[in-house]
Structures are given as C-alpha cells and as structure tokens.
Design a protein around this ligand. Structure first.
Ligand code: ADP
Ligand code: MG
Length: 570
C-alpha cells in the first residue's frame, strides 16, 4: 500500500481552514503553540502506553520536541519522538475534526469573519493552524511499535484535499514541515522562532529543543538533514518540568495562563485558577481553572468534560469526568494522584474510593475558588455568572451535600433594582428582609419582563417586600430543589396562599372576610361560567392595580413547571 491516495477533508475542516486563514491573521504565531502542544501530547501518550509495553521506546526513552527552520527553503519543521500515527490514524486525525458538536458550531457561524473570529477562539484550531502561515504542510510520521516501512507521508495545500502515502521512516514519531506562504517567511528565522518558543513552551513537560551552532554535535539526527550537517547541538528552550509539580511561587501568571491554553484548547486567558498540593492521607496535586468564556459546546450532551488525569506525573487520560460533578463541567485542569494505580481505567475510576474522595475534595476546592472570587471581585464574579450561572444552577439538585454553599453562589434579578442583570445573592436578600418577614419570595416567569410586571407582585411591592425575579428555563427546576436558604423557606408569590405571616396588617384579615361575604354572588357567577377550567374562584385583597389573575393551588405544580414538563415531552 505505498501508492498515493487522495482524500477530501470533512466539510467542517474545509470551513475551519477558510475561517482560520481569514480571521486569525493577527494571531499567527499560535500555530507553533498548537503544534508543540500536539507533540507534547504525543510524548505523554507514548509514556503512558510504554508503562505496559516498554518496547515502544525502541531504545530511545528520552522524549523531546525539536524545532528548526530553513531560511532558504522557507520552511519550519517541528518533530517529535512521541507516539506517532498509523496510516489510518493520519486519515482520521488529520482530515476530520473529532469534537462533538462541530457541525452545529459551523452551522451557527454568521459568515461575518470578524464576528466569527471571536468564536474560533473557543473552538480551538489545533493541527489545522499550520495553514495560517503555510500554503503546504508535509507530515511524516511512524507509530511507535510499528516497523520502519509503515511510515506515512501526508501532504496538503489546505484547500479541499490531502494525500497520504506509505513511506519508510526510521525514527518513531511525527515530523511536520510547514512550507511558509510568501508573506510569512519571517517565521523561518531562528531568532523569531526562539522568541515564540520561549514564550509558549515553558510549561510543557517534555523538552522543546532548538539547534545551536558552535559546540560540536552531541547527536546526529536522521530526520533533519539540514541541521545534522552543521556543527552544534540541540538545546532545550524550556524548563521541561511539569508545571504543576513546581512551587506556586516559582510559576508566573503568564505560565499559568499558557498552561491553561495548552490543556483547554481555548485561547482566551482563564478567569481564575487554583493550584494546590495536598499531602497526608491522600497525596495529590490539583490545578483547576475557571474559563472566562463558555465553550461553544457547553450544552452539548456528548461534550467531553472533566480533568486531565495524571498518576505520579504520568499522563493517564483526558476528560476524566469522574472527578468533577456535572454542574461544574466548565472547570478545566488536571489532577495528579499518588494513590491511584498507573494502569487505572475509566471503569476502575467509576467505582473507586480514591476517586470519590478526590472528587469531593476537588469540588470543595472549586466552590471555594468561586466564593473567593465573589467576595474579592464582584465584577469578575458577575462575568463568571453570566457565562456559567445556568450550569451552576443544576448544582442544588445534583449535589445535596454542598447545597447551601452552591445556593450562596447563586445570583438573581430582583425587585430591589428591577434590572434584568442577575446580581442579587440570597444573602443580600436575607439582609434586606423586613422585620417579621420569614420567607424568601420569588416569582418564575417566561421572561424577565413578565416576571417584573407580574400582578402577583402588587401587594408585596406595596409592602416594600423584595421579590426575586426568575426567568431562566432552569429556574423552576432549581427552585424545586432549593426549598430554603439560611433557614428561610423559598416561597412563590404565585401560590394561592401567599402566607405573609406577621407581615399581614391587622385589619387585612377582616377586610378579606368582609370582601368574601360581599362578593359571594359574583364569585358564584364567575365560577359557573368558567366551569371545569378552574378549581376555585376567590376574591382577594392582594391585587391593587390588576382586576384578576390566575394562581396555582397550594401543593399543585406551578404554571412554569407545567410548561417545563410539556417542553420535555411529558
Ligand atoms: P487535538 O490536539 O485537540 O486533539 P489537533 O487538531 O491539534 O486536535 O490534533 C488532532 C489529532 O491529530 C490529535 O488528537 C492526535 O491524535 C493527532 N496528532 C496531531 N499531532 C500529532 C503528533 N505530533 N503526534 C501524534 N499525533 C498527533
Ligand atoms: Mg492539539
């Protein structure tokens, strides 16, 4: 099978290539970050596979990434001795996009390059970013453990298709050569590359090397002929120690941010992070990030989420969702455990004491991080809330043990300001409660407008009682699981019995009774004409401006809940 085959790119790849080339021109150097990141991932994967099959190292266990340039040819080459790819792997990985929700993502683009370029940052461009600066990309690769005549040559001009061909390749791993576009030749400059590499690769745990002339060659390289001919040696450009194993005080803000981009495929800086080493009964290190922006596929059910799992600094798996409850699925980061076995699988993680206690600890850590943010930087917290508030609202239903802490993190709109911006914490509400008020009043409606203008608010407004205004789809679900906060019951103002308790004026009860006797005839007429459509008709002193309104009976499903159930097909 040495013959050349031509394959078409998946439609979404073509769209991605087009969009990338037209919208990422101000951020060109990210191609190097992406390719070095992939090379480092390939080293991680090899290290993991080699745990059970040491032969995969083929006598070379010193994993590294090398970057070189040829000014005359106008090329940049990134090569690694990681896991490599088979012919099938190449066709699959370098011709399609494996992320779930990709088709939807592209469907939702506006066609306006400047608007769409905002979105592309959340999507992550990966390998294809090579085409930002190159008009031809050549990949030579050979999978670890395969023979040297099972190498693969992949080539593409980044338009509609690519070719693959079986070749012979002595060394294991992947070598990617970018044939730079005429106006991008500046990247074939050693000095330029060096400055980008030092900026982007300090957090990478494998050595990223560049060739330095002068000193005699320590080692000849087969794959990069151009440099092998020169006297000199390969020098690491980065610290090449896993970032999370370093002391917090030795890691700069920029390094934390770069590392986030490496593991998250997001290239917006994260909002906040928390890095902790825990010793004692359990030993682990966690590094957790809250992104600034929600990923494009936040609401996709198949979306992968979870932490990167390392065991004793060896990468084990991506997206270990067992360590993060679903209502915190926006959290990115890693956990490095000393207590799990190296050969741990997803099945083992599923039902494991260590997993459970790590999950508990990591969950607390995230809640703590959010509490701290809310306390120290309310504005930043509100930007978090705008992105992820709806996800966090799933919390009280999912995580009983942390219900009260999650409730403390919730934000709502309220009649206190009347604005649609949800910036009222339950604790703020409680602080403003009236003398004698024992309940937290809220209303759920289809929209903020509907909530804010509901006739159900009239009486409370008259009495100066604050009401939380809820209008997100999830709110009814939330409120079903969050029945109280700080010992105070949550009470819907649309319920038949408003139960104002002590807040009721002394004369109110009598007034109500008087009204009832006076209106018996009217009530009967209305009831007769509505028939089965209602279960009861009452006169009330609750309304001040509106003549009548529909309420749910005590103990019945609210109108919102009925709508929610109908929407869910029940
Ligand atoms: P991602 O890194 O998010 O998976 P990329 O587009 O960057 O997406 O890469 C796609 C896939 O191609 C990778 O998941 C990997 O399987 C494969 N790949 C890319 N570069 C390499 C490499 N240097 N060595 C081995 N496999 C690679
Ligand atoms: Mg990648």
């Amino acid at each position: 099978m040495s013959q050349q085959e031509t394959h078409g790119f998946q439609t979404e790849v073509k769209q991605l290539l087009h969009l990338m080339i037209h919208s990422l021109y101000s951020n060109k150097e990210i191609f190097l970050r992406e390719l070095v990141s992939n090379a480092a991932d390939a080293a991680d994967k090899l290290r993991y596979e080699a745990l059970t099959n040491n032969d995969l190292y083929e006598g070379e266990g010193e994993l590294r990434v090398r970057i070189s340039a040829d000014k005359e040819k106008g090329t940049v080459t990134i090569s690694d001795n990681g896991i490599g790819m088979t012919r099938d792997g190449v066709i699959e990985h370098l011709g399609t996009i494996a992320k779930s929700g990709t088709a939807d993502f592209f469907k939702n683009l506006s066609g306006d390059d400047s608007k769409d370029s905002q979105l592309i940052g959340q999507f992550g461009v990966g390998f294809y970013s090579a085409f930002i600066v190159a008009d031809k990309v050549t990949v030579r690769t050979r999978a670890a453990g395969h023979s040297s005549d099972e190498g693969v040559l992949w080539e593409s001009a980044g338009e509609g298709d690519f070719t693959v061909e079986t070749i012979s390749k002595q060394t294991r791993g992947t070598e990617i050569t970018l044939h730079l576009r005429d106006d991008e030749k500046e990247f074939a400059d050693d000095y330029r590359l060096r400055s980008i590499v030092t900026k982007y690769s300090d957090h990478i745990s494998v050595a990223v090397e560049m060739f330095e002339e002068g000193t005699p060659a320590v080692e000849a390289t087969e794959d990069s002929e151009a440099v092998a001919a020169t006297e000199g040696s390969w020098k690491p450009m980065n610290k090449a120690t896993a970032l999370w194993t370093r002391n917090k005080s030795d890691v700069t803000k920029e390094e934390y941010q770069e590392f986030y981009k490496h593991i998250s495929h997001d290239y917006t800086d994260p909002l906040v992070w928390s890095h902790n080493r825990v010793e004692g009964k359990q030993e682990y290190t966690s590094l957790l990030y809250i992104p600034a922006k929600a990923p494009f596929d936040m609401w996709n059910r198949d979306r992968k989420h979870g932490l990167k799992l390392f065991v004793q600094r060896v990468f084990v798996m991506d997206d270990a969702e067992q360590f993060m409850p679903s209502y915190l699925r926006f959290v990115q980061g890693l956990i490095d455990s000393n207590d799990l076995p190296l050969n741990v699988s997803r099945e083992i993680l599923q039902d494991n004491k260590v997993t459970t206690s790590l999950r508990t600890a990591v969950t607390k850590r995230v809640l703590g991080m959010l509490e701290k943010l809310a306390k120290n930087d309310a504005e930043k917290y509100l930007s978090f809330w705008a992105e992820f508030g709806q996800v966090l609202k799933e919390g009280p239903a999912e995580d009983f043990a942390n219900k009260e802490r999650i409730a403390g993190l919730l934000r709502f709109a309220s009649t206190h300001t009347g604005e649609a911006t949800p910036d009222v914490a339950l604790a703020d509400y409680v602080e403003r409660m009236q003398e004698g008020q024992t309940k937290i009043y809220y209303i759920v409606a289809d929209s903020h407008e509907a909530a804010a203008n509901s006739p159900h608010l009239e009486l409370l407004r008259k009495k100066g009682i604050e009401v939380l205004l809820m209008s997100e789809r999830i709110d009814e679900w939330l409120i079903n699981h969050l029945t109280e906060f700080d010992g105070k019951q949550m009470h819907s103002v649309t319920r038949g019995d408003l139960e104002l308790g002590e807040l009721e004026d002394a004369g109110e009860k009598e007034a109500q009774e008087k009204l009832e006797t006076e209106s018996e005839g009217l009530v009967k007429r209305v009831k007769d004409s509505l028939g089965d459509k209602v279960s009861e008709v009452k006169v009330t002193t609750r309304l001040t401006d509106t003549p009548a309104c529909v309420v749910a009976g005590e103990g019945e499903m609210s109108t919102q809940m009925i709508k929610l159930m109908q929407a869910a097909g029940q």
